[in-house]
Design a protein around this ligand. Sequence first.
Ligand code: ME8
Length: 502
Amino acid sequence: MTFYITTAISYVNGAPHLGHAYEAIATDVIARHMRQRDEEVFFLTGTDEHGEPVADAAHAQGVTPQELADTNAARFKALMPLLSISNDFFIRTTDEEHQRRVQEVLQRVHDNGHTYKGLYEGWYCPRCADFKVENEILEGNLCPIHEIPLVREQEENWFFRLSTFQEPLERLYAERRDFVMPPVRFNEASAFISSGLQDISLSRARLNWGVTVPWDPSHVFYVWFDALLNYYTALGYARNGHDLTPTFWPANFHVIGKDILKFHTVFWPAMLLAADLPLPEHVFVHGFLLGADGRKMSKSLGNVLDPFQVLDRFGSDALRFYLMRDVAFGADGAVGMESVTARYEGELANEYGNLASRTIAMIRRYRDGVVPDAATDPELAEAFRGLTANVTVLMDGADVTTALERIWQLVRRCNRYVEERAPWTLAKDPATAGALDETLASLAEGLRVLSVLLSPYLPTSTATLLEALGAPETSLPAAEFRATGGGRTVAALEPLFPKRDR
Ligand code: ME8
């Protein structure tokens, strides 16, 4: 089976921020989990480099759009390994192969009769690069997202006949309730469609920073169609000379934020239908990260959490864990350094880290570093029953937060098990040697299973720990709690989550 998952591609008019990191991490957790299931996974991310926002930002900085794109695309690309993102390709919409394929697909849309030339007049937000329809406009003619004044624009454009896709889209939404997730976003997209679709511009005549319209070279494509098509074009050239499209198209998951819902849940499926291309399975819409004060993060409010600062102080596993645990995937959530510290100390260090260090230390102290070859405790085995199946179902629905909570309940259960069994007491009396063997074998097994399940979230520390346990296998079948186990030698382990200066 194959699994194709994408993030949105980031605008290069600014530097990467925590919202970008959040989306990439969540998508990475799902991709890594699917690889554990032995799926053939392709995970795409990248940068969105054309259009007015980039051209304007470049102009303001006195550089060419290409220069600005090169500088910032490099920053986004460099962020991925810092976050332990396992993307299979990084697309830039200025890639020649991308541009060629955009032209090919949109030429087909044109040839299929879904375009016409007309005069466009409407309210336009230069930051969204989007014309707003009446019911989206805030009082005082403001952009609902940026809250800046909209500009009245008029120009001759090529139009895409979105209105003719009203019925096909209504049918799509009637037939596939999970096309958009979570349900609240499905309802939002569905309501937008029911309110009546208007044709939209497909090209810009005034701008030249974009992909040239092949049948009318005085125009460039409207940046959103160029950008959306990245999900399709990348497969054509990501692996030099080998077209991955037949293997991976259509995508299984597009992961996006709530501000770009309309483009992905309405324009995108209509465009694919117009180009005779199969539709993706799911669009998952996540919420927004807010400052610790619950307001939109902004430099002027001083409530911005900088991903680089968190990475510096706590490392990538901690940032990944924090974001997946603290902000329910799909909802908005407030984030701040204090709560990062609390999760790091309270859960990573004191719960998982502590379970790991005491399990290994006790095996070394009481059993010369060899996991006892004993039957594991049926009661603990029972607590683990169904865990992997549960996580699998949750991940199918992209519910990375609930899956993590489910795993974490077992981290806590194992720590309680240590207290209940008090191995340090069992070790004092030779008559309880059998009970100590069972306890240590069970803890080693529990810790191993938990680490396999946690590896998509904490790829670095779980790899270190599984190596120390002598059990580096991370495929999902290895996450079953075994009735017996042992005989393996464990290695000394440095604290996985050492104390940090405040
Ligand atoms: O929208 N919290 O690019 P972008 C959570 N180029 N997610 C956030 C966020 C926040 N505070 N701020 C942004 C674009 N995001 C287009 C996409 S796709 C064909 C083109 C998310 O750099 C945002 O919702 O503004 C989007 O999914 C992604 O980051 C990139 O945002």
